[in-house]
Structure formats: structure tokens, C-alpha cells
Design a binder for this molecule. Structure first.
Ligand code: CU
Length: 115
């Protein structure tokens, strides 16, 4: 009983959301002409210290500073690397990097340079 009423509420709110999106669509038509295609995921800039490189797995570990536009606090994390890693970047270097979500919504580094 509980789950079915919850499902009902969810389907109602989904329908309302779609109706709202449809009504906004008309007002937004002017803006959409100048917007980038929705297919291109947003890029986010980060700064951190390169902690480790796993060449076999194609991953880097970065102790990154807070990334405000993602609402992320500073933390140490592994990212898939989807760009070349210059040989003059070493573990311990402070780096600037760019993040993007891949098709599986995993955060991947798409640019990395020594700061
Ligand atoms: Cu993180």
C-alpha cells in the first residue's frame, strides 16, 4: 500500500515536471537558439596535488581542492584519465585539471597541466 501510493505520487510529480518543462519550453525558445547542444557535458575546473598514477588502469589520484560548482569539498580521489599525461608532470606536483562525466557518469580527467 505504502509503496504503491508513493509510486503514484512519483508519477504525478513526474507528470507535473514534464508539464512545467513543456510550458517553459515556449518561453525559452529564444535562448535555446544560442545554447550549446545538450549532448556536450559540462567541464569543471579543479586544482589539486597529483598523488599517484596507475598507468595500467589509466587512472590518476588527485588530492583536489574544493570544487565549488560541483559542491564538492576537498578530497583525495581516483579519476579515469582521458587525456595525455605529460611526462614532466610528476607525483607531488600541483596540477590544474578539467573534469567531465563520461557516458557512464563517471568523473574523468580530460585535461591536466602542472600549475
Ligand atoms: Cu573528489
Amino acid at each position: 500500500m505504502k509503496t504503491s501510493s508513493l509510486a503514484f505520487i512519483l508519477s504525478i510529480s513526474a507528470a507535473l515536471g514534464m508539464a512545467q518543462a513543456a510550458s517553459q519550453d515556449h518561453d525559452m525558445s529564444q535562448h535555446q537558439m544560442t545554447m550549446q547542444p545538450a549532448a556536450e557535458p559540462a567541464r569543471h575546473q579543479g586544482i589539486g596535488v597529483l598523488k599517484a598514477v596507475n598507468e595500467q588502469a589509466g587512472k590518476v589520484q588527485i588530492a583536489h581542492e574544493a570544487i565549488a560548482d560541483l559542491g564538492w569539498p576537498s578530497m583525495n580521489m581516483w579519476f579515469a584519465l582521458n587525456c595525455p599525461l605529460s611526462p614532466d608532470i610528476r607525483v607531488g606536483d600541483t596540477v590544474r585539471f578539467e573534469l567531465m562525466q563520461d557516458e557512464k557518469h563517471h568523473w574523468t580527467v580530460v585535461a591536466i597541466n602542472r600549475k
